[in-house]
Ligand binder design. Structure first.
Ligand SMILES: NC(=O)C1=CN([C@@H]2O[C@H](COP(=O)(O)OP(=O)(O)OC[C@H]3O[C@@H](n4cnc5c(N)ncnc54)[C@H](OP(=O)(O)O)[C@@H]3O)[C@@H](O)[C@H]2O)C=CC1
Ligand SMILES: Nc1c(N[C@@H]2O[C@H](COP(=O)(O)O)[C@@H](O)[C@H]2O)[nH]c(=O)[nH]c1=O
Length: 596
């Protein structure tokens, strides 16, 4: 579950009373909203893709609209304008909750003023500071708002939800993983070669396939190749499909041993960045700069650091059009999310002819990376196979509904709740951190009381408690005597990774209760901590850990914030507001998915 103030602040006045039939209709209009949202992807600089479909009570589509580019007329405004009077009592389908970056409520106002009475939302806005705002505003205007996966749950709506996730996959990856969405594309012969053994590669795929590549480039913020591809192919890397967005071109070259004459140094139509190793060929760097090519130096040039850098520059999606050496490095670094393989019905042979992915260090077929959500499409004579290496992050079902929030802590009011962030122990509410130096005394399995230097010590050690193996028992003792909470965390995580056989069975399903017990003890035995916790009544508590997406809230609200939730639950119990007092009442369908 992800956390957002918007989610906590959503009242439960509007629950859909829908049968499966109406779910199927909702799903089909929502798929249409996602389909039209996607229209802008090829023509504008990448941005969230919004689509809106207005449907009358009689089931007729009265108006449609999609956002052409950031700052242009919102999809919702266009759709209600197109529908005119037929908006009265109609339903609006939005693939994504509108963003409200600058307090601009144009989308919400248009729906309200047009007389729309029901809004179906595909996914909540993935960015935490925008998530839930528009939904809350619409509900406060008495519109019925149904969110897929929250208010509407069925096979049909699941499929529609998927199309909403796909149409904004780059934004979701960016929000969840803090890297741009990366697609590896290559063209290969039927015998798996991306060039002849001479290195010659133009062309493997057909003209139709290459036109599709232009479209893919037009959907991306940048296209990446390695130095060898520049030397070998002298590519242009432009999107030549008749107008639209032109991606930035990026060359990754460690040696900077690149030709002085190259199409990529002509930046008349589109800029080029060369990413290189610090200090490489300074004279050539100067030459590139004189041509207007930007050079960015990295201490160690590797795909991960380059992706983090591009994330910081605000990039959403990257197309990798490199050869096998660089693609292997990118895949090994975990930065590639999706693959597009164009397979041409040609055989070139050649034992030294390059293949699309170089060395990954795998030796058994069982280690092979399996693509998910695979699609097959014939393009001219070629076959295009595409699929994901990582699942598209689904932030929607991880947002707690208001009911769940009320169960966790009834003191949190639907509107205008404050958020109190805590993380490092020296922060104002740092004592809420599990690393705070507050020892706890807890009874073990045999009923004997043991002292643990911090909640973190207790939590980490309990990964190995009850396992009938002397190594596990040693592990528990070693963690208990760790010098610091940091040390305990490091030991627990390392041991869990290196010796998974020592981890107690069902750890994933008991870990919340383990944490709950430790926290309950900590906030019961230290009166000043108890007072501090109660002083936060009415506020949402969030552990602002950017790394831990299970116990923490993540950098952009994408984390599940279980630590914050448990503290709110305890606060509520201490106030006598909840009947649950012996164990964590957080019963969550994602409990078993969390990682720490
Ligand atoms: N059919 C197709 O779809 C495609 C075919 N090709 C063909 O592939 C061949 C080139 O393949 P290949 O040499 O693998 O491709 P690349 O040039 O795309 O990648 C390798 C180069 O990337 C640079 N690089 C920077 N950082 C790294 C890193 N961390 N790990 C690895 N490389 C890094 C190096 O450049 P430097 O040496 O300058 O330091 C390295 O030589 C050519 O024959 C080309 O025609 C290429 C792309 C697509
Ligand atoms: N050979 C080959 C591809 N090669 C890729 O396309 C680049 C050339 O792009 P451009 O100069 O813009 O036309 C080249 O450097 C390599 O990255 N792509 C394909 O779709 N099919 C093909 O058969």
């Amino acid at each position: 579950m992800g956390f957002s103030l918007g989610a906590f602040a959503t009242p439960i006045t509007c629950k859909a009373v829908n049968g499966n039939n109406s779910h199927a209709l909702d799903a089909s209009y929502m798929r249409r909203a996602a389909e039209i949202a996607d229209k802008s992807a090829g023509f504008t600089s990448p941005h969230p893709n919004f689509g809106c479909v207005v449907v009358t009570p009689a089931g007729k589509v009265a108006g449609e609209g999609y956002l052409y580019a950031q700052g242009t007329t919102p999809a919702e405004v266009q759709a209600v304008e197109a529908a005119g009077d037929r908006c009265k009592g109609a339903t609006a389908y939005l693939n994504m909750e509108p963003g409200d970056c600058y307090g601009d409520r144009a989308a919400v106002s248009a729906l309200v003023q047009a007389g729309i009475t029901r809004v179906v939302v595909g996914i909540r806005h993935p960015l935490q500071h925008l998530r839930g705002n528009a939904i809350r505003a619409l509900r406060s205007e008495e519109l019925q708002v149904d969110v897929l996966g929250e208010d509407l749950q069925s096979k049909a709506t699941e499929e529609a939800l998927k199309s909403c996730l796909l149409v904004n996959a780059p934004l979701l990856y960016r929000a969840a993983s803090r890297v741009p969405f990366s697609v590896l594309k290559y063209a290969m012969t039927l015998d798996g070669k991306i060039a002849a053994s001479s290195g010659h590669a133009s062309w493997i795929s057909s003209k139709q396939s290459r036109n599709r590549v232009f479209e893919l480039r037009g959907r991306s913020d940048a296209v990446i190749v390695g130095g060898n591809t520049v030397r070998r192919d002298n590519p242009r890397l432009t999107a030549r499909h008749g107008g639209g967005h032109l991606p930035m071109r990026i060359v990754l070259s460690q040696t900077l041993n690149l030709p002085e004459v190259a199409n990529l140094w002509d930046i008349t139509d589109v800029p080029t960045i060369v990413a290189t190793q610090r200090g490489a060929r300074k004279s050539f760097q100067k030459f590139l700069a004189s041509r207007g090519v930007e050079v960015v130096e990295f201490d160690i040039l590797n795909p991960k650091d380059v992706m983090e850098y591009l994330y910081d520059r605000g990039y959403l999606s990257i197309l990798w059009e490199c050869g096998g050496t660089l693609s292997a490095s990118a895949i090994s670094s975990g930065v590639i999310h999706k693959v597009y393989a164009f397979v041409a019905p040609k055989i070139i042979g050649g034992k030294d002819a390059p293949s699309p992915v170089g060395e990954l260090g795998m030796v058994e077929m069982t280690q092979a990376l399996e693509l998910i959500d695979v699609c097959y499409e014939q393009i001219g004579p070629d076959m295009l196979m595409s699929g994901f290496l990582h699942p598209v992050p689904d932030l929607t079902p991880v947002i707690p509904s208001m009911e769940e929030t009320s169960v966790i802590d009834p003191t949190v009011t639907p509107y205008e709740s404050n958020i109190i962030f805590f993380y490092k122990t020296w922060d104002p509410y740092g004592a809420f951190s599990n690393f705070s130096p507050h020892a706890i005394r807890m009874s073990d399995e045999g009923g004997n009381y043991l002292t643990w230097p911090s909640v973190e010590h207790y939590y980490q050690a309990h990964k190995f408690v009850g396992v009938n193996d002397p190594a596990a028992r040693n592990c528990v003792e070693d963690i208990r005597s760790a010098k610091s909470p940091e040390e305990a965390a490091r030991m627990g995580r390392t041991m869990e990774r290196q010796r998974p056989n020592l981890v107690r069975s069902h750890w994933e399903s008991v870990k919340i209760d383990v944490m709950y017990r430790a926290l309950k003890c900590k906030f019961s035995i230290y009166p000043h901590l108890n007072t501090m916790l109660l002083s936060t009544t009415g506020s949402v508590l969030v552990e602002a850990s950017p790394h831990d997406l299970f116990w923490g809230g993540g950098r952009e609200g994408e984390g599940l914030n279980y630590l914050g939730r448990l503290l709110m639950q305890l606060r509520s119990e201490f106030l006598g507001d909840s009947s649950t007092s012996n164990k964590s009442s957080i019963t969550h369908r994602e409990r078993e998915n969390g990682l720490k």
